[in-house]
Write a protein that binds this ligand. Structure first.
Ligand SMILES: [Zn+2]
Length: 315
């Protein structure tokens, strides 16, 4: 069979603005959010509508990460923050949205059901449009590794985007879970988007006493007490916990500003490691390069085909 002629992927944005309201997981604050179309090259930009445009604009970039303790929070030099961005970022990645303005009237993205599925639903309701600009990805050219006590996160060169994750919580309903996923069209929605955030009952009591996780409940998290899952309906995937860790990683890594082409391997990693990985990657100019993406999900063109086309990779 003859190879398909090369056709570049175009950037995408939303066809129309669409909104929702919900509660912030950590602040407990009621929040209205609107996902709005944006012009090519904008990227994903958060805008706090309760602040002035100058004070309340924060680009969704790893450079703007200000906290990774319980969620990933972004901030700007004027002191504005937006927390719990990772599930929304994962949905934008999974739906291949390059450009969007995210308007919020409070400092936290609504938690919805604790997964990315409600955001995928919103994006699908709004629809997407192709834009007159080529979609670019970031090709990993050298292995980058973050090791932190018994946690490990690695990204290495690969043809597409793949995740291989393992978590390990002794003496709980989670125990050891491992999951491997090679991304293809539809795989984010089917395989990761519905995985909810989770917490331990005793930690939630402690966090709420400290004024955190104020919006957390059985409606937006899987809650574990020892070997029991307290949610009446049980789990959405047998290995929902490790899949949620993968969802978080997809969202955090989209703060690279473009899709990554690499294989991610993770052991007990979290938001902090995801941010450290991007910081280490972008500190090493030889570790990555920008490439034009072909039509289809995230597969770079073969190296031989990129010679002489003028559209090829630029360092
Ligand atoms: Zn999460």
């Amino acid at each position: 069979m003859a190879p398909r002629p090369y056709k570049p992927a175009t950037q995408k944005t939303l066809k129309t603005a669409i909104g929702c309201t919900g509660t912030g997981l950590h602040t407990g604050a009621r929040v209205s959010m609107t996902l709005a179309p944006a012009s090519p090259g904008t990227g994903i930009v958060f805008r706090r509508t309760d602040l002035s445009a100058e004070a309340g604009t924060i680009a969704a970039s790893w450079r703007n990460v200000v906290d990774t303790r319980l969620c990933t929070a972004l901030g700007n030099d004027q002191g504005a923050r937006v927390g719990t961005i990772e599930h929304l970022m994962a949905a934008l990645y999974g739906c291949e949205i390059d450009n969007a303005i995210i308007e919020l009237d409070a400092p936290e993205v609504p938690v919805m059901d604790g997964s990315a599925a409600p955001f995928v639903f919103l994006i699908e309701c709004a629809g997407t449009v192709d834009q007159a600009a080529v979609r670019r990805g970031i090709e990993i050219r050298r292995t980058i590794e973050v090791v932190d006590e018994d946690c490990r996160l690695v990204i290495e060169p690969a043809r597409g985007f793949g995740l291989n994750f393992e978590i390990d919580f002794a003496d709980t309903a989670i125990a050891r879970q491992a999951c491997e996923l090679e991304f293809a069209p539809g795989s984010f929605k089917a395989d990761l988007s519905r995985a909810r955030t989770f917490g331990f009952a005793q930690d939630i009591d402690r966090l709420q006493a400290a004024g955190l996780a104020r919006g957390g409940s059985l409606d937006n998290a899987v809650v574990i007490s020892g070997n029991r899952i307290l949610n009446d309906d049980g789990l959405r995937y047998d290995d929902e916990f490790v899949r949620h860790k993968m969802l978080d990683c997809v969202g955090d890594l989209y703060l690279a500003g473009a899709p990554l082409l690499g294989q991610v391997t993770a052991l007990r990693s979290g938001h902090r490691h995801n941010h450290k990985l991007l910081t280490a990657l972008f500190a090493d100019p030889a570790a990555y390069r920008y490439v034009d993406l072909p039509d289809g999900f995230l597969m770079p063109r073969p190296a031989a085909a990129s010679a002489g086309l003028g559209l090829g990779a630029a360092d």
